[in-house]
Design a protein around this ligand. Structure first.
Ligand code: 5CA
Ligand code: ZN
Length: 428
């Protein structure tokens, strides 16, 4: 599916520093690759049953900072993002509201595109829907069945499941076949079961080999959309295999960074990586596992299912400047958990106003040090709050009467503008 139009990325003098990121599995900072090969990034995209909230925006702005830092360091970036445009939550929401599931998805995807464009998020190289990826999933699941990494589970009797071919069951992956499965998230077996059940898993389904085995292919159910599955029979894809197949097809070789919010560490990323290991026969198909913190609101994680949302589109409709929304997000480190309050927005709006004033003056304090500081902050695990502090200091100096004195230049405001535009995505 088409993404959105990327904002321009201004050129900066010199080159950014090699980027280091915190790897969730290692629990430590790790270098990303240098030069040479294109950087490959897979970020888990939205399930389009509701509009972009600040939690989603935090995740996508966070990875946008990575793309900007990589590009500044001279790396070509291949960035793939999926859209889970068929899954249980989407069908459940459509059933609740009486909407057509496909129309609901299309409308929310469109809103997501316009929210991302407004926030000046660089578009991924490829935005791929789960529905588009069905042929890839079917091939992969057939392959896993053929080599015994997957198995069929009988459908519930008498409920009309399976359509004309009820004898072809749902298909599950056999996680026991992957000796590394379960080593990623650092959870005890009992915790894995609980978290799996809370996140779309079905540990109690009769006929499974291991309660943690994830669904790969769900056969036709009455009232649910289905697609041709070849020898699998008509049905629809499971969630984790969707991301594995899209990453495998559109980012050949190793995935340098697999990303998303921290709520995806287990089971989603553990299971997708396990599928990738089995399908690509690579011991380590993902180099770095990078996870954003959870944004909360009114004491709980902001989530579509809880309904405690602050929607980007609603803020924009109220006349909030999208760059102020972006500054709210940049005020927090991407890995931190934080709770949104109106004070965040007030502070960010005031900051944007100061930046604008300083960066549109006729002269300003030299901005080379600012560029160096912002680059260093971003290369150090995308430390946006440190970068924002560096900009604040330059702005304070510029507004504090030092705009026209010795050491100032007429080019400096524009240099500062280009720095915050290219590296932080803030157009002032
Ligand atoms: N479609 C799947 C991923 S394949 C999905 O998780 N969709 S989502 O719409 O629920 O979330 C989209 C992205 O936003 C995911 O990367 C998720 O980790 C992140 N996210 C969801 N809620 C929050 C939150 N409250 N704070 C930060 N990030 C969040
Ligand atoms: Zn995903």
């Amino acid at each position: 599916m088409h993404a959105w139009t990327s904002p321009d990325l201004p050129d900066l003098p010199g080159m950014g520093d090699p980027v280091h990121l915190h790897d969730t599995l290692a629990g430590a900072l790790a270098p990303t690759r240098r030069g040479g090969e294109p950087a490959t990034l897979y970020v888990c995209g939205i399930t389009p049953y509701d509009a972009t909230h600040l939690g989603h925006a935090n995740t996508y702005v966070g990875f946008d900072l990575l793309v900007r830092a990589w590009r500044d360091a001279g790396r070509e970036v291949r960035y793939v993002q999926n859209v889970t445009d068929i899954d249980d939550p989407l069908l459940e929401r459509a059933a609740q509201t009486g909407q057509d599931w496909h129309e609901l998805a299309q409308s929310q995807i469109e809103l997501y595109r316009s929210d991302m464009a407004a926030l000046r998020v660089l578009a991924p190289t490829r935005l791929i829907g789960a529905v588009e990826a069905i042929p890839l999933v079917v091939d992969a699941v057939e392959q896993m069945l053929a080599v015994g990494h997957a198995y069929r589970v009988d459908l519930p009797a008498g409920a009309g499941a399976g359509g004309a071919e009820p004898e072809l069951g749902d298909v599950y992956a056999d996680v026991t076949d992957d000796s590394l499965f379960g080593t990623g998230a650092g959870l005890e077996p009992a915790e894995m079961l609980t978290v799996f059940a809370e996140n779309g898993g079905d540990p109690d389904r009769p006929g499974k080999h291991n309660p943690l085995d994830p669904l790969l292919w769900r056969r036709t159910r009455p009232g649910e959309p289905d697609w041709d599955g070849g020898i699998l029979g008509r049905g629809r894809p499971g969630w984790h295999i969707e991301c594995a197949c899209i990453a495998m097809e559109h980012l050949t070789g190793v995935v340098e960074v697999q990303g998303g919010g921290r709520d995806l560490v287990f089971p989603h990323h553990e299971m997708s990586e396990s599928h990738l290991r089995v399908l690509t026969e690579q011991h380590a198909p993902v180099m770095l596992h990078v996870h954003g913190g959870m944004v909360g609101y009114h004491g709980e994680k902001m989530s579509k299912s809880r309904g405690n949302l602050v929607l980007v589109s609603e803020l924009l409709a109220q006349g909030v400047d999208p760059m102020a929304v972006r500054l709210v997000l940049l005020g927090h480190h991407y890995r931190d958990d934080w709770e949104y309050t109106d004070a965040d927005l007030t502070e960010a709006t005031a900051r944007l106003g100061r930046w604008r004033s300083a960066m549109h003056q006729g002269r300003g304090p030299q901005a080379e040090t600012l560029l160096t500081r912002v680059r260093a902050a971003m290369a150090d695990d995308l430390d946006a709050p440190a970068a924002v502090r560096a900009v604040d200091e330059w702005v304070d100096a510029a507004l504090g009467g030092r705009a026209g004195g010795p050491g100032t230049s007429p080019d400096a405001p524009e240099q500062a503008r280009r720095t915050v535009d290219a590296l932080l995505g803030v157009a002032v």
